[in-house]
Design a protein around this ligand. Sequence first.
Ligand code: PMP
Length: 450
Amino acid sequence: KSEIEMKSSMTEKESRLWNAMHRFNPDEKGMVAVSGEGSWFKDENGKEYLDGVSGLWCLNLGYGRQEIVDAAAEQMKKLSYFPLTMNHQPAIRLAEKISDLLEAEYQTFFSNSGSEANETAFKIARQYHIQTGNPGKYKFISRYRAYHGSTMGAMSATAQAIRRVKYDPSAPGFLHVAPPYSYRSLYSGNQEEKDLRAADELEEMIKWEGEETIAAFIMEPFISGGGVIIPSMKYIQRVAEICREKNVLLIMDEVVSGFGRTGKMFGFMHTSNVQPDIVTMAKGLTSGYLPLGATAVKAEIYEAFKKEGKDNHLRHVSTYGGHPAACAVGLKNIEIIEKENIVGRVDALGQSKLKILHDLKNHANVGEVRQIGFLLGLEMVENKETKVPLSDAKMNEIISSCKQKGLIIGKNGDTVPGGNNILIIAPPLTSTEEDLDFINETVSSVIHHM
Ligand code: PMP
């Protein structure tokens, strides 16, 4: 049914709801999802789609896991709510589990989302420096193209003009530096050489701003929403080293890359010698079953908050942050990830199955294929020599052809004017081999017939 037909067959109440849903984005042609199982969901007409972007890269374990539903229900019956200004068991157990997974001692503050997890990290970083005798360290550095959330602080770290321009001025004290984007780097050399120049730019920025003013550097190990940018591991190691040398805290945003998406439990674990000061998480922490954010802080940082004296604690409260049911879901989610060896599976299938999409790099409109685990980006261009981004119209055509064939894929959403040209594929980590074959066949055939 067309949208118009659907609207005309709606009752008055349904149509009010429809309008309410689309009020802030009137161009959006809504598809109303009704149910889901594994990697697939159904719309209200009964059509089935493979969710090739895991909702918003959050459904690591896919739809409809009964064990997770049961864990939430049992916890709600047992203790329906309790604030984190005092303790409850699921939060304590989940904090301990996160510390184990990070392979070092961390303390965790729970919230409700990735944005909030990053906001919390910023406040912790500033207060840490005050309490360790460096009150001038208040600035944050993030990379262009990065996405760190939608609230004012997280938006200010989100260095994509188009997401900020209507809401600026953003929070003061947020600076941006070039990402390790070797495909469009200003430098020459191989990928590692280009990426290391991006690390040099960070070092330069810290030098010229004055290291005594920089609180923290926030990064995703692999920029996801900003176009699936996978740097050389040496880059990650080098920026971690620069941060250590300059007493700049390293905040690793693992909101997308955490909990197996890239074939390691956390993205930074692809490197050696990198132990972030703060790790932020959400999405895959509960596989999207309930909202939960987490800000894990290395024990050494946490020490500053335990010092004797007035007002050394973090002035930050979240009524629903660390809700008992969300923490119970988080624990069950991690238990399943471990029991089913999801991380090893993503690594293996990412290399055997999704690797097939790398063949598309021979196509005239595919500039680069970037992939790590179940996170894949196809940089689409009009021309391989000029690297002019593929037009919005052609990008939309690819996405809607895939949708017609029953596959939902994403694109780098309006991040840079004229650069909305990266197709994004990030299926649930439990996708079957047949699901992955379906993704490969559908994407390949749509691109070959464009
Ligand atoms: N960080 C990253 C890397 C993200 O991709 C997102 C969400 N897309 C966020 C933070 C913000 O998470 P949330 O939408 O849960 O606030």
